[in-house]
Every structure is written in structure tokens, then in C-alpha cells.
Write a protein that binds this ligand. Structure first.
Ligand code: F6P
Length: 341
């Protein structure tokens, strides 16, 4: 078989483990040819191909990013994009494609699959919001990085008697915020799933600082918003494609906290640091398992499915079950973050 392989959307640590597993299992075990596409779906549309062999995957497990490159290009959103993708796949005699991506890239994969291409998806996103899988590649590393940052902010917050507002990624779901918030012992976690009441936040901080502490850590997901009718309103600042701009939520929350409490407040926006550097063993293992499972799925003649982790096991989820959905943080996890404040 000639298997096309691409990584699309925001990069995450652990993508090279996926690529390595696909090459080792696809080429090594089965003798298939692995045809890599540069920079996600853009490379497929442009015909930017590169054969990926054993020498390319040497020592890549600890390396962050993706050796194939990535991009947020979605062929169906560009005139002639889908046709260009299909033409490249035909010209390269691709029998099947393994597409590694978050919701946007996998949605594009499902559209290409509908046009008759055999396709297996692998979920990756530090946001962990791909529906149908307990974990996506990259999330575990991001939570580690955010937790370490919160640990470090604790000591400087305490030394200076400050409120530290830490913004983590997550425009649609607060998985990093809630998990790193719990692991790092944050006082308050604001996630998109639960619009916040600034009066409550201010009351809580005032009481805490009066009673027993002179510092606090407030974790804010990029997509956190105030509850309608509560004491604060803001429209998140948006970029050219309607995406929430980093820093928009945390800056506004910090301003409000400082002006209402009088506590000196600082903002740290972790940003792309959360996506950089070496993956944790958990992400290396997950990426490796997904890569092996994707090749196995093609061997079994499966298509239009995504590899997924459910209860510790790798399963295949039909695209139809996850497409267009966002996996949100469940109430019990949100509650744990709340009661541990
Ligand atoms: O890929 C997901 C993500 O990391 C989000 O958490 C974040 O909001 C966004 O990407 C940032 O996008 P960009 O890399 O295009 O700035």
C-alpha cells in the first residue's frame, strides 16, 4: 500500500511519536510505502510530498513539533481545494491516508473521505477537546507545562503578596485549565464550560486574603466568559478568522480583580510554550499506540474512523460519531476544581 501521512492544525508534542509508529509499523512490519505530506492539508493540495523512511524517524521520540510540518489549511474552505487534494492523491497513487489532527483537520479528513478516499484519523490537540477519545496526543504534556508554571508562579505570588492570573490555552473547552488548576493548587479556575461570576471571584479572594493568605492563583482558559447578568461583561477580542485572541480573557479578569479588590495583580499568558518542547512519556506512548492502531485499521480494511483511547483501550470511532462536536469538561471535574479552591 502507499499510505499518505499528514499532520495538521496546531502542533503538539508527541506528533513525531505518531509518525515514527506509522513508519515502523507500516513500512517495517508490512512493507508499505509512507508518503508524507508537508504542512497538513496544504501540502496535499500543493503536492508537497516527501517519502518518509527509517532514517527520518531516528531519535525523534523526545523531539517536539512535527517533522512533517503543519498548517491550518482546510481544503473544503478554499475554491478548488478539495479537487487539488484529490488530484495529488491520485497522482501519488495513494491507497489510503492517515491524518493526524484536531477537530478542524479531522473534519477536513471526513470531507475528503466522503469523496472516496480511504482515511484513518488520529486525534491530537493540547486542548483535549476532540470528541470520542479520553485523550488526544499533546494534552498530557501541555498540562505538565501549565502545572509547572503554576508551581513556579506560587512562590513569586507569595513573596510579593500578589494575585497571579495565569492564562492557559482552551478556547472552547477548559481541559488544561481545570487539570493544571487542580494539579497546581490554583485558588480559582475559570473555564468556558462554566461562565463565571466576577462578584463571586472578588468575594472569594477578599475573604481568603483577609482570613489566611496574602496571595492567590487564578487560572483562566482563553475561552472563559462572564455569566450573563453577572457583574462584568466582555466580548472576547477576536482575530481575523473569528478566533479568540490570546490574553483577551485574562487581561480583563485581572483588571477587574485589581480594581475591585485593590490587590496587586499580574498576568502570565502561557501561550505557545504549552505546545513546545519534548513530549511526556504518556504522549509518546499514546502517539505510538495511535500510530500502530491506525496502520492496523488500514490493514483491516477500515476507513472513515479515528483511533481513540477509551478506558485505557485503543478503539476505532467512526468519523460520523465525532465530527462537528466539542468534548467539554464534565461537571464532576469542574466541581473538583471548584471545591478544592
Ligand atoms: O491547536 C489548538 C491551540 O493550541 C489552542 O489551544 C489555541 O487557542 C490555538 O491553538 C492557538 O492557535 P495558533 O497557533 O494559530 O496561534
Amino acid at each position: 500500500m502507499r499510505i499518505g501521512l499528514l499532520t495538521g492544525g496546531g502542533d503538539v508534542p508527541g506528533l513525531n511519536a505518531v509518525i515514527r509508529a506509522v513508519v515502523k509499523h507500516g513500512l517495517g512490519t508490512h512493507g508499505h510505502t509512507i508518503v508524507g505530506f508537508r504542512n497538513g492539508w496544504r501540502g496535499v493540495a500543493d503536492g508537497a510530498v516527501v517519502q518518509v523512511g527509517r532514517q527520518d524517524i531516528r531519535n525523534v521520540l523526545p523531539v517536539g513539533g512535527t517533522l512533517l510540518g503543519t498548517d491550518r489549511y482546510h481544503p473544503h474552505r478554499h475554491e478548488g481545494g478539495l479537487e487539488a487534494v484529490l488530484a495529488t492523491l491520485e497522482a501519488e497513487r495513494i491507497d489510503a491516508v492517515i491524518c493526524v489532527g484536531g477537530d478542524g483537520t479531522l473534519h477536513a479528513a471526513s470531507i475528503v473521505a466522503e469523496a472516496g478516499v480511504r482515511m484513518v484519523g488520529i486525534p491530537k490537540t493540547i486542548d483535549n477537546d476532540v470528541e470520542g477519545t479520553d485523550l488526544s496526543v499533546g494534552f498530557h504534556t501541555a498540562v505538565n507545562i501549565a502545572t509547572e508554571a503554576i508551581d513556579r508562579l506560587h512562590t513569586t505570588a507569595e513573596s510579593h503578596n500578589r494575585v497571579m492570573v495565569v492564562e492557559v490555552m482552551g478556547r472552547n473547552a477548559g481541559w488544561i485549565a481545570v487539570n493544571a488548576g487542580i494539579a497546581g493548587g490554583a485558588e480559582i479556575v475559570l473555564a468556558p464550560e462554566e461562565p463565571f461570576d466576577i462578584d463571586q471571584v472578588v468575594r472569594f479572594l477578599t475573604h481568603r486574603h483577609r482570613a489566611h493568605a496574602s496571595f492567590s492563583i487564578v487560572v483562566v482558559a482563553e475561552g472563559a466568559v462572564p455569566r450573563e447578568g453577572s457583574g462584568m461583561t466582555f466580548e472576547p477580542q477576536r482575530g481575523p478568522n473569528g478566533e479568540i485572541v490570546a490574553g483577551s480573557a485574562s487581561e480583563q479578569v485581572a483588571r477587574e480583580i485589581e480594581s475591585r479588590t485593590g490587590f496587586e495583580t499580574r498576568v502570565t499568558i502561557l501561550g505557545h510554550v504549552q505546545r513546545g518542547g519534548s513530549p511526556t512519556p504518556t504522549d509518546r506512548i499514546l502517539g505510538s499506540r495511535f500510530g500502530v492502531a491506525a496502520v492496523d485499521a488500514l490493514e483491516e480494511g477500515r476507513s472513515s474512523v479515528m483511533t481513540a483511547l477509551r478506558g485505557g483501550e485503543i478503539v476505532l470511532v467512526p468519523f460520523a460519531e465525532m465530527a462537528g462536536k466539542v468534548k467539554r469538561v464534565p461537571p464532576d471535574l469542574l466541581r473538583a476544581a471548584r471545591v478544592l479552591a
